[in-house]
Design a protein around this ligand. Structure first.
Ligand SMILES: [Zn+2]
Ligand SMILES: [Zn+2]
Length: 379
């Protein structure tokens, strides 16, 4: 869709501009005044962060926006209608709703909460017309694991990654303001904000590449590995990541300031037709890192894969959703394991417990009732 006209943050907040905290006061009289930094409640912080969401603009490729209905609708990122319904209990699933208030209440722990599955995993990325038209081959036809269907799973993820990173970038000044009077924290936030800018730049570039494939129906550029389960796997997700190390801990690629756009992977776990699937999908221009990543995965015995895949899902994305019947029946140790995986996926702002690579978890029993029935590689 060409450039996204995304406003990039300036690192300094103007003394005379309105404070990013939403107080309607000038910055110099609010968070910019070290003598009198206002204390915000966690609830206020969350409310202001929500206000800084990206505009509701359809993310369909610009060349395809004729007939755009305008605005956006909330659609599931865990694709395939009914997928989340397959793991729900009384129409509810466990999801992460990350908020300062939630973290505060849970004593800093990242804990999932029960929410209605119809609200879970949604994001407002496309207008009603494009949401229906672009994803029809995935949503309205039986899932056969075609390159086009794998691509569409990935496409929605890439659009969500862009939207999420844009949202995070719009909150950079707010984060700056909140920490302005605390030097060590302020340095951390600056580094984090720079990381957010780089992440946004890379997300834009990948969205452009995915747009190009979609515009040209170039399914030959699609690479995927699809794991099919014999039953319904209890963790669903839709997330993207830049594979840095494989599951044995071997470095695949380095990324950061001054480096080229990193290779990007998408990961989807969903249900269709009474089975579960986990799809790793990428484009040919990300093949070097992504192939190396899945090769390490495919070296593992098939019996170990459910635990390894479960750990990867939990580490890669906060956009994951659990079957209540599975999560509630985990031991205290099992719930702690889930929590540790979630920490591992966070940016390193706090000194959090270090988590080993997923391979360290292969013998844990939490996902042993599930088994991979077949593995298909595209092309
Ligand atoms: Zn303020
Ligand atoms: Zn549209």
């Amino acid at each position: 869709m060409g450039r996204h006209n995304i406003p990039h943050r300036s690192s300094k907040i103007g003394r005379n501009s309105l404070c990013p905290c939403g107080s309607q006061k000038k910055y110099k009289y609010c968070h910019g005044n070290p003598a009198e930094v206002p204390e915000l409640t966690p609830g206020r912080v969350d409310a202001q962060a929500r206000k800084l969401s990206p505009p509701r603009k359809c993310l369909a490729p610009t060349s395809m926006t004729t007939g755009c209905a305008g605005g956006t609708i909330n659609a599931h990122t865990v694709s395939r209608s009914g997928s989340l319904g397959a793991i729900a209990r009384n129409s509810h699933v466990y999801s992460y709703k990350l908020s300062v208030e939630g973290l505060n209440k849970a004593g800093g722990k990242i804990l999932p909460t029960l929410i209605g599955w119809r609200e879970a995993s949604t994001f407002p990325g496309f207008c009603s017309t494009h949401d229906k038209a672009l994803f029809a081959p995935l949503e309205d036809e039986p899932f056969i694991g075609s390159a086009q269907q794998c691509f569409l799973l990935a496409y929605r993820i890439v659009a969500r990654e862009l939207y999420t990173k844009l949202g995070s970038s719009l909150q950079s000044d707010f984060r700056d303001a909140l920490t302005s009077s605390n030097a060590p924290l302020s340095d951390l936030v600056s580094a984090m904000n720079l990381g957010v800018d780089i992440g946004l730049r890379d997300a834009e570039r990948h969205k452009d590449r995915y747009d190009f494939v979609l515009e040209n129906s170039n399914w030959g550029a699609v690479r995927a590995v699809l794991f099919r389960f014999n039953t319904i796997f209890p963790i669903q997700c839709a997330g993207g990541f830049f594979p840095e190390k494989d599951i044995r801990g071997r470095t695949i690629q380095n990324y950061g300031i001054g480096r080229k756009t990193p290779d990007a992977m998408t990961l989807a776990s969903f249900a269709a037709g009474g089975n579960s699937y986990i799809s790793f999908c990428w484009l040919e221009d990300s093949d070097v890192s992504c192939s190396a990543y899945v090769s390490a995965l495919l070296e593992q015995p098939q019996s170990e894969l459910p635990a390894i895949l479960g750990a990867i899902i939990l580490q890669v994305s906060e956009n994951c959703h659990f079957a209540p019947d599975w999560y509630d029946n985990l031991s205290a140790q099992g719930k702690e394991w889930v929590c540790l995986q979630a920490y591992a996926g966070l940016p390193p702002i706090m000194p959090l417990p270090k988590v080993a690579s997923p391979i360290a978890y292969k013998d844990l029993p939490y996902l042993s009732p599930f088994s991979v029935e077949s593995i298909v590689k595209l092309p």
